[in-house]
Design a protein around this ligand. Structure first.
Ligand SMILES: Nc1nc2c(c(=O)[nH]1)N[C@H]1C(S)=C(S)[C@@H](COP(=O)(O)O)O[C@H]1N2
Ligand SMILES: [Mo]
Length: 548
């Protein structure tokens, strides 16, 4: 023990002179200026390298954008990379994105893609200062990887190789050129004009990239846009005109949304980073697989079928309890059943695997289309041609099923097959192959956390159990007895049902309000709390209200 202590003391004592602060200061004083200059110079080189990398990357993206004017927006490097990221996104992350970004999930994703590319480009530029060959190879490799990612997208064709390849090539050339200018500038003496050459070269290239990228983006959007075709579309007249539902489908409560959700407010959920632009002139629908008479029809041929209007609420399996991914609309479409009968579905076939132009696949039960419900190929929504983001020119709809198993937008292919032999897009990602809509209800008024004056508090909201209908809605205040809400008139079992409740003598304080619905079969909505995966959330929507 004592030996060790002494040894330790000796050890520390022996270190002392080296740690003498006075000595170090004395030695550093004259050298610190040089070190600082060196650091500043190093910082300057890193900054210039990063700038060169960013500009080279920007040129690459701009070139990719310009080439995609020819090959299609979805083939541009950032969009293809983002689309790839979506395809490999694990289900929990997709849920996180839906929950936190909602309909802005695509903006969030693209921002992420651009930020990642910027960091990589800046790092590449710094690397190029010291290892130009390696940086060159990396830039080329990046273009090649981008091209591979693009060309392996399900909707791709060979031309999708070019935006990324040419982007990589352009970025490489700019990287080499600007790095050379930048090196010359560092070696040259002040006032030699190299600094001006470097700055002008870099900023000029950056400006060119911005103009080309911005212009390319505008150009590709206008070139591919089908908004003109949509504006021109003449809607067929339905066999029988559906009367407007009675005004009593909507309780007149301030702050409660209308019975029909305006198209501009209708939720949007899909995996398309750029909205598919499908011209009705080139649109075709193919029905094939386990059928006697496969066939293909054009949009004009589709219009020669009988059309009907149907009111229907559409909801997403990803809607959390109380969430916004539900909407109600009047749809115009042609029933799917006659089309299936024309094809002659084989007796063993139980699944319609529908595919969209962007190669989303959705599996729906044949049974649900043939059992008499109004499953349709819809071409209009609330009196106007389908909005492009809601599937123009044609989408599928089956009352009673979540969107991911029924509501294929931009649909062009119906493959009649079996659930046993085919997986739709979301199945390997953890969602059930079949998913009827679960009974759900929501309190919309007042907003959760709202302050309301004491007295009579009006509660209102909506409830849906699509295709089964809603028979009752009840509210519960602070774990009290469930009390019957006033139901608005029912339109069809396929639509949601709005409700209201006059909460008389609401006492001051913070209160919990809960809601539950009973569907048309008499089954009360389950209180069991379940998340979205694998087939829809359950539990009672609960809000707090501050009565004062
Ligand atoms: N082509 C395509 N169709 C699709 C989807 C998609 O990602 N791609 N998403 C489905 C899902 S999950 C839902 S909930 C509905 C949403 O339709 P909406 O965006 O018109 O509200 O579309 C369905 N149809
Ligand atoms: Mo969905």
């Amino acid at each position: 023990m004592s030996e060790e202590q002494r040894g330790g003391a000796r050890g520390r004592a022996a270190e002392k002179p080296a740690a003498d602060p006075g000595g170090e200061d004395a030695e550093q004083e004259p050298g610190s200026g040089t070190a600082r200059t060196r650091w500043v110079a190093l910082g300057g080189r890193i900054a210039r390298g990063a700038l060169v990398g960013l500009v080279a990357g920007g040129v690459g993206l701009a070139v990719g954008e310009l080439v995609s004017v020819v090959t299609g927006k979805a083939s541009s490097p950032a969009v293809a990379a983002g689309q790839w990221a979506i395809s490999i996104t694990p289900t929990w992350l997709e849920q996180f994105a839906i929950r936190n970004f909602g309909s802005n999930d695509k903006t969030a994703l693209l921002t992420g893609v651009y930020a990642t590319l910027a960091v990589v480009a800046a790092a590449g530029g710094v690397l190029a200062r010291v290892r130009l060959t390696i940086a060159t190879l990396l830039a080329v490799a990046f273009g090649v990887i981008g091209a591979i990612v693009a060309v392996t997208r399900p909707a791709a064709n060979t031309s999708w190789l070019f935006p990324s390849l040419l982007a990589g090539l352009a970025a490489t050339l700019v990287l080499r050129r600007l790095t050379a200018l930048s090196r010359k500038e560092s070696e040259a003496s002040a006032g030699s004009g190299e600094r001006r050459r470097f700055l002008l070269g870099t900023l000029g290239t950056a400006a060119g990239a911005l103009v080309a990228g911005y212009g390319g983006d505008k150009w590709v959007n206008s070139r591919s846009s089908v908004s003109a075709a949509r504006a021109k579309e003449v809607l067929p007249t339905p066999k029988t005109v559906l009367p407007e539902p009675p005004a009593s489908v909507h309780p007149n409560v301030r702050g409660l949304g209308p019975f029909f959700t305006p198209n501009s407010d209708f939720y949007r959920v899909d995996t398309a980073l750029t909205v598919p632009q499908v011209d009705p002139k080139s649109w075709k629908l193919k029905i094939h697989g386990m059928v006697d008479r496969p066939f293909e029809i054009t949009f004009d041929e589709l219009l020669s079928y009988a059309f009907e209007e149907h009111d229907m609420t559409l909801t997403c399996v990803s809607n959390p309890v109380g969430g916004p991914y539900v909407g109600n609309a009047r749809w115009l479409g042609t029933p799917l059943a006659p089309l299936l009968r024309r094809a002659g579905v084989h007796s063993g076939a139980d699944m319609i695997l529908s595919t969209s132009t962007d190669r989303m696949t959705i599996g729906s039960p044949v049974e649900a289309v043939l059992d008499g419900r109004q499953a349709m190929l819809a071409i209009a929504m609330n009196g106007e041609a389908l909005p492009v983001q809601h599937g123009f020119p044609c989408r599928m709809l089956i009352p009673g099923l979540y969107g991911y198993v029924s509501a294929t937008k931009w649909v062009t292919d119906l493959n009649i097959t079996t659930f046993a032999s085919s997986d739709a897009y979301w199945t390997p990602r953890g969602y059930s192959p079949q998913a009827p809509v679960k009974t759900a209800s929501r309190i919309d008024v007042p907003a959760s956390g709202a302050k309301v004056p004491a007295g009579t508090v009006v509660l209102a909201g909506t409830a849906w159990a699509t295709h089964r209908g809603v028979n009752a809605v009840e509210v519960q205040i602070d774990n009290g007895a469930w009390r019957e809400a006033t139901l608005a008139a029912s339109d069809t079992p396929d639509t949601w049902r709005q409700w209201s409740y006059q909460w008389a003598n609401a006492p001051k304080g913070s209160h919990k309000v809960r809601v539950r619905a009973t569907d048309g079969t008499g089954t009360v909505q389950t209180s069991v709390v379940q998340g979205v995966v694998p087939n829809g959330s359950t539990g009672y929507h609960t809000i707090t209200v501050q009565v004062s």
